[in-house]
Every structure is written in structure tokens, then in C-alpha cells.
Write a protein that binds this ligand. Structure first.
Ligand code: Z2T
Length: 823
């Protein structure tokens, strides 16, 4: 220990007095503001800096422990981390909520208002990015030495606004107010080469001469888990130019072109591509992927080599998880670094690469499988193309030697048929020792469909690791009324060990408990009622059923089916207003990719139907439709606790897992859903009688795709469906533009790829059963309690234990050790 580390410094918070002192100190000496003249932004910055201080000692201790005990490290490479706000969850994880609240009140500031002023870091599109964020929380909770590696996008996912029912997009400037959680690491900088050519020396060594070299600069955010004992790092890379201005050009008066290289370098981390599941074969996207993957691999190799001298032991000390194919270039880049920089043979490098890497697949949709044209790939990453061709040769030899008859063209990484291109899914598969799907059904379908041939060549490489969600954010922190009730009833073990929530199951039979469970839900609903009123000006009743569909707008998720059911219900109520209707509020939230015209049209349809229904005096509280704009992590945290019904109605076989389904069930909503993704496993756990399943199975859908499906006949045979489509198609909801929704109706009539018409009748039937079930208050509450009690397995902690055991080969403490504390 040197003299500097021997100095004892403490800014530890024990009570409200400490909080006050530290906040004032931050306000003055870090933010530079007189408390007298501080605005909300300043208080927020000061509080974040004060809380961040609390993480530092644990952070450094965690790093030191990993180093001293030479622990195996996990690196989670993800193009997206949808972290949302950090302040509230960090305060709660550290157990500091009471003193912080008290201190701020005494300082005359509003705690809740300060929490709301933190920008929502939307560095992701949806489920994939949020999963990465939940996994960071769990890896810290379980004390796994881990780094998340990603991109520090200046602009995260666009902000959505609704104008006259249409989606409009504005850039999300989350960094303008400063990201107070992060530490800039100016000394951690790597060269990232692009383009140029590969020249083979007389000795036969390949040397890459890139056309251009830019820099990746590190920014670190500490991530604490439950109880804050272990703190991991989220390291995000920003693009920087090798030189900021070209002085020669500048002096010649060419001011703009003097900055050109700088602008190009910074562009790589400027903006998150807003396409959920579909890929665009764009040059910038490929550069983004290589940029962050290369920086991350260089960084982790440097860290490994700083305390190990035998590079051949890399897989014993390092596990790298590829979150989808976005970082799949890691296969070739790790080989390049091992061969070109560290002098290993291709054979040895490939073996180490495969033992170190593993790959998570998140979708089977063909349009999502990344593929780069050889032309583009070769021009940006010529050396990698050579390496991939080498891997492909090895792989082809394995395939040719296999007994099975295989179409060799189909298993190649480099597609030589008409399409031509590098198949990134194949590359990730061949370069990994484990490949996982994100639910049991999804892993099965991987083996039966896209990865069938590869599975036969490399049997037992594919496994399923069902997704999970962090119970800290998605119950304890976002749903205080329910969390308090649970803690009072069964203690707080469930926060660090969600399967312990099962202990609440017997209380489903206790009428007094049911009353309190309902009261908690009611409180959350009242809060959402106020938000709906203030944001979209619609009055809804907290006694109505809150029927929620919140997720990215996508045809396969079938928001269209949901709004068609609303139209059917609207007509039914109009026909017989006096009947005994179960009052409902249908709540939608979700963004459409800016170029996805059909998804944007469906948003408009929802809003047009909402306008008609909400203003119809005959309907009243029996049906209300709300589209909440700009759905993001923070709005999810307010909607989910208030939901009664969770819509998980994707075309069977298309939703890889879903994670909103888990969050909603955990918060006491019943699911109406298809047997898709993790719904299947949710059904198994909550019990068939406590979930509303309807519609085609994945097998049915696969059969129809072969035999053909005639939606016209189905429409003609269903009077309600016909009426609904005629109304939508003839402009009943868009009298100012009667043909507005013609494209939707045509699509369903002639090419119903997502089987909306096929599932329509079954969906309506099930919704009417939901109506009746909701009327029986006691039984409904009983079933919702059983949902909360029985979904503990869907904790991200369980998912991370599965990865640790079956993929990474790292130790994790038992749940008991987590709850008892200790290091
Ligand atoms: C995404 O959020 C998901 C899959 C993707 O495939 C891309 C994105 Cl941005 C490339 C989702 C799945 O649709 C969802 O079913 C799953 O729960 C989630 O990833 C996490 O695995």
C-alpha cells in the first residue's frame, strides 16, 4: 500500500445530517451553486454526486477483490443498455431512502421532484437493452466481477410525441444536463482502425494497413446491486478523433473540412439506431458495432495481461457474452488481436476465442438476422473478412466430415449464393462454445428452424436461459404500496431472493390480506389516473379494469388485434348500453421505428378509435382508450404497478421471450396471452387457471405457413370481424380521410402474415371471460396474488445464476448468503 491509499477519507452517510452536509458540499464545490439560488437541476446533480460517493469505496473494494483473488470476470457486450434513471434505485439498494428523504425535506427541496428531474437514459430500444440493464443489477447483486461494455450514445432512443394521433420523433438529448453518475477516463483510450487493405509480407504474415484510425474513450458508471456491497462497472465508449482539427487545413481557411475527421469519429457514438428487431445494412451501423467491440476486447485483454502472462489461460479467467449478433464481430476481432498483436497461431487463437465467447440470440425473425454484404464488410474490415474466411474453411471441414447430409451452402458463414454476405448469426454460433435462446420455447425453435443445421453439427451447443427481471426496480422500487405490504407480511428476503415471494401464496385465501392487496393496486391506479388526466386530458375511473399493452409497436406484437377488439366492444356497448358491462380502460404505450410505416399507422388507428370512443356519451366509463406518449423505462415504472390485465398477444412463435409479461405478473396483473415466448413458462408456474391463454400455438402457425391460410374465408365467416374491418376500412374512425386505414384492412384480408384474423374470435372469447372474472373481485384478487407469489423464478438473479453455471463457469453465492450479507 502506498502513502496515498493509507490516507483515510470518509464521506459515508449514516443519517440525515450526513446527507445534508454532503449535499451542501456538492452543491457548492462540485456544482458551483449557492444553495440559496439552486434550482432543481442543481439539487439533483448534488444528490447524485453525494450518492455516487457512497459507491466508490465498495467499487474499489470490488475491483481489488477480483484482482487479488484472481477471480474469473464476466464481460457483457451489448449495443444497448436501457438503464433508465439510476438515482432512486441506487438510494434504495444502499438503504438510504429514509435519511435522504428527511435531509431534502429539511433543506426545503422535494425528493420526488428531484427524482423525476433525472434524465431517463434510453440507450436501448426495448427488451434487449432493458435485459442488459437488469443483468447488470443482478451481476452486482450476486457479486460477480463483471463489466458491461457498450456505446455512450449522445442521443438515445428518440422522444415520441403524438400530433393529431400521429407519432413524431425528436432527438433525446439526455446528456445535455450532464450525466452525473459517470467518471470520464481520459487515460483509457484505444485506437480503432477502419478500412484500408491487408498486405501479406514475404514471410507470409498478414498486415492490416487501415485507411483511418479513430479513438475510443472510456466513461464509467458504477452499478450497485441489492444492498450495495458489490459494485460493477458499466463502461461506455465515445468516439473521438485522433486529432481534433487539421491545423494545416484550418490555417488555409478551410474551417469546415478541418473538422471533418473529428466529426466522422464523433458520429460513431452519436445516435442509437431506433430499429427494434429489424437490421439495416448500413455502413455506420457496422462501424458502431466494430468500434465498441474492438475497444472492449482491447480493454479486457489489457486487464487480463496486466496480471497474467500466459494468454492461453484466457478462457479460465474471462467469459464474454455477446448480446445478440451486434457484437458478433468479436469472433474475428479477438482472433485478430490474438494472432496479429499477440503472435498466436490461427488454430490456437480460434480455440481460445471459442472457449471465451458465448452468444445470446433474441429473435428468429428473418429480417433481424444481421448480414453484411461482402463489399461493405471488406471495405470497412478487410482483415476480419480474411479471418472469417479462414474460420469458415475450418467450419466447412467439420461439416463435410459430419455423417449427416447437409446443404453445405446453408451452413457457411460467408454466403456464396445469390445473396452473398457475411451471416453474423452463423459467425457468432461457430465462434461460441454456448449459444442460448431467451425462453424454453425460443431455444426449441432455434433448433428446429434457423439454427437447425448448425445444431446438428454442434449438438448441445444451444441451450435456453429464460429471461428474468430485477425485483429491485420492478417491484420493490416502483411499487411501494405492494412492496410495503409484502415486507410486512412475509419479510424482505424476496428482494434479494425473489423465489421467497412464494411465501405470500397462502395469503391468497385470507380475505383481509386480499383487501389490502386490492388497496395497494387501487393506490397505484389512482396515481396513474392523475397522470393520464394531466398528460393526455382523459378522465378514467380507477375502478375500471386497467388493460395494459406496453411494448414496442410491431405487427407481430399485435397491438392491432387489441384495438380491433376495442372496436368490437365499442359497437357491442352501443348496441346495448344497459347491459352489465365490465368497465375497462385500455392503455397503450410504445414507440414505432421511424421508418416502420405500418406500425405508425397502427398508432394513428389507436388514437382515432380512442377519439371516437372517449367522446361518445353513450359509452361513458364502460370503455376508455388511452395512448400514453413516449413510453420509456420511467413510464413503465408507473404503469406496471397499476395494471390489472397484461396483454401478451404476439403471434405464437414470434416473441422470443418478453419481459414485460414477467414485470406485470409480478405486480399482480393477470395475463391474457398466446402460448409464446416466456408466456408458456409463466403459465406453467402460475397455473393454467390463473392466466388467460388463447389462440394458435407456434405449431399451428408453422403448419399454416406450410399449408396456407385463407384469411378472406375467416373474415367472411365471422360477422363481428367483418363489421370491425368494414368500419376501420371505410373511415368510420377517420371520416376526414376515409381511406386512411385501407392498407391495414387489405393486409389482413389478403396477406395476414401475423394471423390477426385467425386469432380474433378466440381473443374476443377470452376477453369476455376476463370481463366476467374481473367482476368477481375476491376471486380475481386471489388469482392476482397467486401470480405475484408464483413468478419469483423470473428474477434476473435466477437467469444470471443460470448463465454463471451453464455458460460462464463462475461461482455465485447462495440466496441465503445474499440475504445474510457479508462480502
Ligand atoms: C429486442 O428488444 C429483442 C430482440 C431483438 O432481436 C432486438 C431487440 Cl431491440 C434482435 C427482444 C425480444 O423481441 C423479446 O422477446 C425479448 O424478451 C427481449 O429481446 C430480451 O431477450
Amino acid at each position: 500500500m502506498n502513502a496515498a491509499t493509507a490516507v483515510t477519507l470518509s464521506r459515508r452517510i449514516e443519517d440525515a445530517e450526513d446527507v445534508k452536509r454532503l449535499i451542501i458540499e456538492k452543491l457548492k464545490y462540485a456544482v458551483g451553486k449557492d444553495p440559496e439560488h439552486s434550482v432543481r437541476q442543481d439539487w439533483s446533480a448534488a444528490l447524485i454526486l453525494a450518492v455516487r460517493d457512497q459507491l466508490v469505496d465498495h467499487w474499489m473494494a470490488s475491483t481489488r477483490r477480483a484482482y487479488e483473488q484472481d477471480q474469473k470476470r464476466v464481460y457483457y457486450l451489448s449495443m444497448e443498455f436501457l438503464i433508465g434513471r439510476l438515482l432512486k434505485d441506487t438510494i434504495i439498494n444502499l438503504g438510504l431512502e429514509a435519511p435522504v428523504r428527511e435531509a431534502l425535506t429539511e433543506l426545503g427541496a422535494d425528493y420526488d421532484e428531484i427524482l423525476r428531474s433525472e434524465p431517463d437514459a434510453a440507450l436501448g430500444n426495448g427488451g434487449l437493452g432493458r435485459l442488459a440493464a437488469c443483468f447488470l443489477d443482478s451481476m452486482s447483486t450476486l457479486g460477480i466481477p463483471a463489466h458491461g461494455y457498450g456505446i455512450r450514445y449522445e442521443n438515445g432512443l428518440f422522444r415520441q410525441s403524438i400530433h393529431d394521433g400521429w407519432q413524431a420523433e425528436e432527438p433525446e438529448d439526455w446528456l445535455v444536463t450532464g450525466h452525473n453518475w459517470e467518471f470520464e477516463r481520459p487515460e483509457v483510450i484505444y485506437n480503432i482502425p477502419f478500412g484500408g487493405e491487408v498486405i501479406t509480407t514475404p514471410e507470409g504474415k498478414a498486415v492490416w494497413h487501415p485507411a483511418e484510425v479513430m479513438l475510443a474513450a472510456a466513461y464509467d458508471t458504477p452499478i450497485a446491486g441489492w444492498r450495495g456491497r458489490h459494485v460493477n462497472t458499466l463502461r461506455l465508449w465515445a468516439g473521438k478523433p485522433a486529432k481534433r482539427v487539421d491545423l494545416d487545413r484550418f490555417n488555409r481557411g478551410e474551417y469546415l473540412s478541418a473538422m471533418e475527421a473529428a466529426v466522422r469519429a464523433e458520429t460513431v457514438s452519436r445516435i442509437l439506431y431506433p430499429d427494434d428487431t429489424t437490421e439495416e445494412g448500413k455502413n455506420l451501423r457496422l462501424r458502431q458495432e466494430f468500434f465498441f467491440t474492438s475497444a472492449s476486447l482491447q480493454d479486457l485483454l489489457r486487464r487480463y495481461l496486466s496480471s497474467h502472462d500466459d494468454i492461453s489461460k484466457l478462457p479460465e479467467k474471462v467469459a464474454i457474452q455477446l448480446n445478440d449478433t451486434h457484437p458478433a464481430i468479436a469472433v474475428a476481432e479477438l482472433m485478430r488481436l490474438l494472432v496479429d498483436t499477440h503472435g498466436l497461431s490461427m488454430e490456437v487463437a480460434f480455440q481460445l476465442t471459442r472457449e471465451t465467447l458465448s452468444y445470446t440470440n433474441h429473435t428468429l425473425m428473418p429480417e433481424a438476422l444481421e448480414r453484411w454484404s461482402l463489399q461493405l464488410f471488406g471495405s470497412v474490415l478487410p482483415r476480419h473478412l480474411d479471418i472469417i474466411r479462414w474460420i469458415d474453411e475450418q467450419h466447412l471441414r467439420t461439416a463435410a466430415a459430419a455423417k449427416r447430409t447437409l446443404d453445405l451452402e446453408r451452413v457457411r458463414i460467408v454466403d456464396h449464393t445469390n445473396g452473398q454476405g457475411v451471416r453474423m448469426g452463423h459467425l457468432a454460433f461457430v465462434g461460441s462454445h454456448r449459444v442460448n435462446g431467451v425462453s424454453a420455447l425460443h431455444a426449441d425453435l432455434m433448433k428446429q428452424t434457423v439454427f437447425q443445421d448448425l445444431d446438428s453439427l454442434y449438438p448441445s451447443r444451444i441451450l435456453g436461459v429464460t429471461n428474468g427481471v430485477t425485483p429491485r426496480r420492478w417491484l420493490h422500487s416502483c411499487n411501494k404500496p405492494l412492496s410495503d405490504l409484502l415486507i410486512e407480511t412475509i419479510g424482505e428476503d424476496w428482494i434479494g431472493d425473489l423465489e421467497a415471494i412464494e411465501a405470500v401464496a397462502p395469503y391468497a385465501e385470507d380475505a383481509a390480506f386480499r383487501e389490502r392487496f386490492r388497496a395497494a393496486k387501487h393506490e397505484n391506479k389512482c396515481r396513474l389516473v392523475a397522470e393520464i388526466q394531466s398528460r393526455v386530458g382523459i378522465h378514467v375511473s380507477p375502478d375500471a379494469m386497467f388493460d395494459v399493452q406496453i411494448k414496442r409497436m410491431h405487427e407481430y406484437k399485435r397491438q392491432l388485434l387489441n384495438i380491433m377488439e376495442a372496436v368490437a366492444q365499442y359497437f357491442a356497448i352501443r348496441n346495448d348500453p344497459a347491459a352489465d358491462w365490465t368497465p375497462r380502460v385500455k392503455i397503450f404505450g410504445g414507440k414505432a421505428a421511424p421508418g416502420y410505416e405500418m406500425a405508425k399507422l397502427i398508432i394513428k388507428l389507436i388514437n382515432d378509435v380512442a377519439r371516437a370512443v372517449n367522446s361518445d356519451p353513450v359509452i361513458g366509463d364502460r370503455l376508455k382508450i388511452v395512448f400514453l406518449p413516449n413510453y420509456n423505462v420511467s413510464t413503465a415504472e408507473r404503469i406496471i404497478p397499476a395494471a390489472d390485465l397484461s396483454e401478451q398477444i404476439s403471434t405464437a412463435g414470434m416473441e422470443a421471450s418478453g419481459t414485460g409479461n414477467m414485470k406485470l405478473a409480478l405486480n399482480g396483473a393477470l395475463t391474457i396471452g398466446t402460448l409464446d415466448g416466456a408466456n408458456v413458462e409463466i403459465c406453467d408456474r402460475v397455473g393454467r387457471e390463473n392466466i388467460h391463454i388463447f389462440g394458435l400455438t407456434a405449431e399451428d402457425v408453422a403448419n399454416y405457413r406450410i399449408s396456407g391460410y385463407d384469411s378472406r374465408a375467416v373474415i367472411d365467416g365471422n360477422e363481428t370481424l367483418k363489421t370491425v374491418l368494414d368500419a376501420i376500412g371505410s373511415g368510420v374512425f377517420s371520416p376526414e380521410d376515409p381511406n386512411r386505414f385501407r392498407a391495414i384492412v387489405d393486409r389482413l384480408s389478403y396477406d395476414d402474415y401475423f394471423f390477426v384474423t385467425a386469432d380474433f374470435a378466440a381473443y374476443l372469447d377470452e376477453q369476455r371471460k376476463v370481463d366476467r372474472a374481473f367482476m368477481d373481485k375476491e376471486d380475481w384478487t386471489r388469482r392476482t396474488i397467486l401470480n405475484t407469489a408464483r413468478v419469483g423464478w423470473f428474477s434476473a438473479d435466477r437467469a444470471i445464476r443460470d448463465y454463471a453455471r451453464e455458460i460462464w463457469n463462475v461461482e455465485t453465492p447462495s440466496a441465503k448468503e445474499i440475504n445474510q450479507g457479508g462480502e
